[in-house]
Write a protein that binds this ligand. Structure first.
Ligand code: FPP
Length: 310
């Protein structure tokens, strides 16, 4: 994982546009998230509004990808993950659209690897990429290897990706490992489970079996085009992510809109199921003892029979 010091001022802020700089100045640089994931939606609607063919919306969407990646790299965002092609897109879209998206991906990679290197961006992928056309896989591999030494933003493209199938793949991986282990030790899977393998299966071991094992969970998930759904994206990993939905269609989304999403994110109160700092202090001040609290509750709570009588 690239190491990022939260207190280091990003060295390329001067490359932001003046408008981006003015939004960036509102941000707390120590609270830039580690990982932002984006559901890029609305390419078709963007084209439809202009009476253009859908594929032109996708083409314009690919332009947005590069703008957003470069802004992310200028502010030293450690991880950016983009939902570029879902398993469902692959299965349910017309063949011609799928084939166009594959060609677009290939030409996007070929056309942008130099810019990725200029921006110190490292490329990675998640999804059942082995089911994509061979020539697309070869270009993906080439782009990943060509950017592997970069130490800035890791750009992960989710391709032929579905979160439920990611979990299925993780379970298969764990079971395959267990079978191999039993085989190597000359014992049964039941023996291994009895000897502690079951207890060893926890949230961390499942996390390590997911495609995203090498990155932190997203702090923020952005969805464009106003749809308020997750669409089978990173279901396990976004358990505590903040969600930001914008009506803007993906082809109109730019770096400045990413920065605006970060400003909104920084106004959120992330509690992970606990209490915020103010209330934690209040709890310490007021809870002298559990029995004191119990008697306080007993006197303050209206008995249920009182409630029904009123
Ligand atoms: C949703 O638009 C978006 C997609 C199907 C995939 C995202 C693809 C791109 C942004 C272009 C290529 C990406 C790369 C990385 C080169 P939609 O067609 O579902 O829009 P609609 O809901 O308005 O019809």
């Amino acid at each position: 994982m690239p190491s990022q010091s939260p207190n280091r001022v990003p060295s390329r802020l001067h490359e932001l546009s003046p408008e981006e700089q003015s939004v960036y100045r509102q941000l707390d640089p120590t609270k830039i998230p580690q990982h932002v994931a984006i559901i890029m939606d609305g390419n078709g609607r963007w084209a439809g509004k202009r009476a253009l063919k859908r594929f032109l919306g996708h083409q314009q969407g690919a332009e947005s990808v590069q703008y957003v990646v470069e802004t992310a790299s200028r502010i030293d965002l450690p991880f950016l993950t983009l939902y570029a092609f879902s398993l469902e897109n692959n299965l349910r879209r017309p063949k011609a659209e799928v084939s166009f998206l594959m060609k677009l991906l290939k030409s996007y990679l070929i056309g942008n690897v130099k810019r990725m290197n200029d921006n110190n961006v490292r490329m990675a992928y998640i999804g059942r990429t082995h089911d994509l056309p061979t020539e697309v896989q070869e270009t993906m591999q080439w782009a990943m290897e060509s950017t592997a030494k970069n130490t800035g933003t890791t750009l992960t493209l989710a391709l032929n990706y579905g979160a439920r199938s990611e979990i299925v793949d993780a379970v298969r991986k764990i079971l395959t490992g267990l079978t191999a282990d039993a085989h190597a030790r000359g014992c049964s899977i039941e023996d291994l489970l009895g000897a502690g393998a079951l207890d060893a299966l926890d949230e961390s071991s499942i996390g390590r079996a997911l495609y995203t094992a090498h990155m932190p969970d997203p702090d923020l998930i952005v969805r464009t085009s106003g749809e308020q759904r997750i669409s089978n994206f990173l279901l396990w990993q976004i358990a505590y992510a903040e969600i930001f939905v914008t009506d803007r269609l993906w082809p109109d989304f730019r770096g400045i809109h990413l920065l605006e999403a970060l400003a909104d994110y920084q106004r959120r109160d992330r509690r992970y199921g606990g209490l915020n700092d103010t209330h934690s202090d209040e709890k310490i001040d007021t809870l002298q003892s559990v029995s004191e609290l119990e008697s306080e509750i007993a006197t303050e709570l209206t008995p249920p029979h009182e409630l029904t009588r009123r």
